[in-house]
Every structure is written in structure tokens, then in C-alpha cells.
Design a protein around this ligand. Structure first.
Ligand code: CP
Length: 305
């Protein structure tokens, strides 16, 4: 059995295979409609979600499988004090695969240690979000056609933004990557990510507090929301929440073929006036999430077409 806890649990070759399967699912959906007819996905979401939970559910339903689970920790027995370990030990008897989101970093890893079925990390605290990264990679594959030789700007909350951490890990394995890290001082990339996946790999990077100064250099701009739920006090959140707002004026300074990605949900960091710009890919990106999750479920369940 294999789990997906960190994007690095998948080799570059395995990611390429998942993308190939996702592309085939997009082209030939009928071929995949019954491949998981007898399988059940459990979605154990201890934190709010729209895209991740619903795309996982849609993915399993589109493969012919069934779904069960909860979308709110308050409706689970964790409120009575049940541990993650006990929860997954029980759910292992009810389902064939688990997608888990949890506010505590490392919780899906603990779950994997106590589960007899595959566990997928659907986001753990401010740590990692590997299936968002698979979504991002499928989007980059479609919109840019390559993973090498890209200047990638990551903008906003680089401290708590788990999608940023996982994307940096993933992109650090391709060649010719340059990262442009755009954040306020207080929301800079944590050293565990910068040291291990940028500095130790001798990847070129710059840090900036100004989006306007660097937007013209970028092939990809990855905008992120300031993660209110991870702040210790509301005052700091209110001071930092609108640090960056991507609008039409800033887009005029960007390359004609730059793409704008955002894991969503957005708050104010991308003005809605940008939505009609053909370079704005974030809603297409959310749709790609379903197809890559279909491919991932098939891989972890070792389902063949
Ligand atoms: N991108 C993402 O994780 O969105 P949700 O929080 O809505 O799942």
C-alpha cells in the first residue's frame, strides 16, 4: 500500500505518469466511468474545504466509486476526544482509501501509520498540500507545456501557505527553475523549506516585498491568500491581509504569456477585474484538480483500465 503525504512521495516519473493518465481521462472520460465500481473513498476533513473535498468526491464518483465521510470536525467523534489514530483504524474497515485534511501538521502521516488503506494528505496545517501541487502541475503542463526553465513568482503568505511549500518542493526537482519569493517580512518562506529545497539544491532565488518590481520577470505568478486561520492574533492579520492585490494595472507590467495561478479560495488578493484576462488560469486550475485526483485514486488503489 502506498500513501501520499508529501509530494516527494511521488517520483518525477510517477508524476509524469499521473499527468498522462489525467490527460487520457480528460480526453476519454467514458473509459474510466466504472473502474472503481466497488471502491469507497472516505473524506475525513477536520478543516473547511470546498475544492479539495468536493473534487475528491467528484473524482471518485466519476470513477464509479462511492464516497462517505465528514466535512466538519464538529460532526465527528474527534470532539469527544478520539485520536486520529483510532479514527483511521476504524475508517479503514469502512472504506478503501482515505483523503484527510487536518489543522495539525503531520496528522495525515500519523493516520497513514495506523491505517490499513491508503491515506492521502488533503492539507495539513501550514505544512503541505500535495494534491494541490498535482493540480498545479497539471495546470502548468497544460498552460506552459513544460516544467523546466521557468521563473516562478510566489506571492503573499509564504509562511503559512502550505500550497507554496509543496509547489516549491515539486518544482525544485526540475532544471532551470528560478524562484521569486514575494511576501511581507512577517510572512516569508519558512527556513525548513528555503534551506532544504532551494539553498541546498543551489536553485536561484530572490526575495522581494514588491510585486510590481518583479512581475515583469515571471513566467508563472502563484498568488496566495493570507491564511487568517493560522494567525495568533487578528490585529496582525488585518495589517497584512491586503499586502498584495493583483489588478489590471499590475498585469500590464507582466509578460504576455505569464500565467496567474491561485489555489483558491481568494479573498482580495486578485481583483475580479483580472478574471477575464486570458492569463488568469485559477478557475481552469480548480477544474484540473478533479482529473489529477482521479488519476491519483486509481494509482493508489492499483486500479487498471
Ligand atoms: N485549494 C484548496 O485547498 O481549496 P479548499 O480549501 O477549498 O479545499
Amino acid at each position: 500500500m502506498k500513501n501520499l503525504i508529501n509530494i516527494l512521495d511521488l517520483s518525477v516519473e510517477e508524476i509524469a505518469e499521473l499527468i498522462e493518465v489525467a490527460d487520457d481521462i480528460i480526453a476519454n472520460p467514458a473509459k474510466y466511468r466504472h473502474v472503481c465500481d466497488d471502491k469507497i473513498l472516505a473524506t475525513l476533513f477536520f478543516e473547511p474545504s470546498t475544492r479539495t473535498r468536493l473534487s475528491f468526491e467528484s473524482a471518485m464518483l466519476n470513477l464509479g466509486g462511492k464516497v462517505l465521510g465528514f466535512s466538519d470536525a464538529n460532526s465527528s467523534s474527534s470532539t469527544k476526544g478520539e485520536s486520529v489514530a483510532d479514527t483511521v483504524a476504524v475508517v479503514s474497515g469502512y472504506a478503501d482509501i482515505i483523503a484527510m485534511r487536518h489543522p495539525k501538521e503531520g496528522a495525515p502521516m500519523v493516520a497513514a501509520m495506523h491505517s490499513t488503506i491508503p491515506v492521502i494528505n488533503a492539507g495539513d496545517g501550514g505544512h503541505y498540500h500535495p494534491t494541490q501541487t498535482l493540480t498545479d502541475l497539471l495546470t502548468i503542463h497544460h498552460e506552459k507545456g513544460r516544467f523546466d526553465d521557468l521563473v516562478i513568482g510566489l506571492c503573499g503568505d509564504l509562511k503559512f501557505g502550505r500550497t507554496v511549500h509543496s509547489l516549491i518542493e515539486a518544482m525544485s526537482r526540475y532544471s532551470g527553475i528560478r524562484f521569486v519569493l514575494i511576501s511581507p517580512e512577517e510572512l516569508k518562506l519558512p527556513s525548513f523549506v528555503k534551506q532544504e529545497y532551494i539553498k541546498n539544491k543551489n536553485i536561484e532565488y530572490v526575495q522581494s516585498t514588491s510585486l510590481e518590481d518583479v512581475i515583469g520577470e515571471l513566467d508563472i505568478l502563484y498568488m496566495t491568500r493570507v491564511q487568517r486561520e493560522r494567525f495568533f492574533n487578528e490585529e496582525d492579520y488585518l495589517r497584512l491581509k491586503d499586502s498584495y492585490i493583483l489588478d489590471k494595472a499590475k498585469m500590464e507590467k507582466a509578460k504576455d504569456d505569464m500565467i496567474v495561478l491561485h489555489p483558491l479560495p481568494r479573498v482580495n488578493e486578485i481583483s475580479t477585474e483580472v478574471d477575464d484576462d486570458p492569463r488568469a488560469c485559477y478557475f481552469r486550475q480548480a477544474h484540473y484538480g478533479k482529473f489529477i485526483r482521479m488519476a491519483l485514486i486509481m494509482k493508489l488503489l492499483e486500479v487498471k483500465v
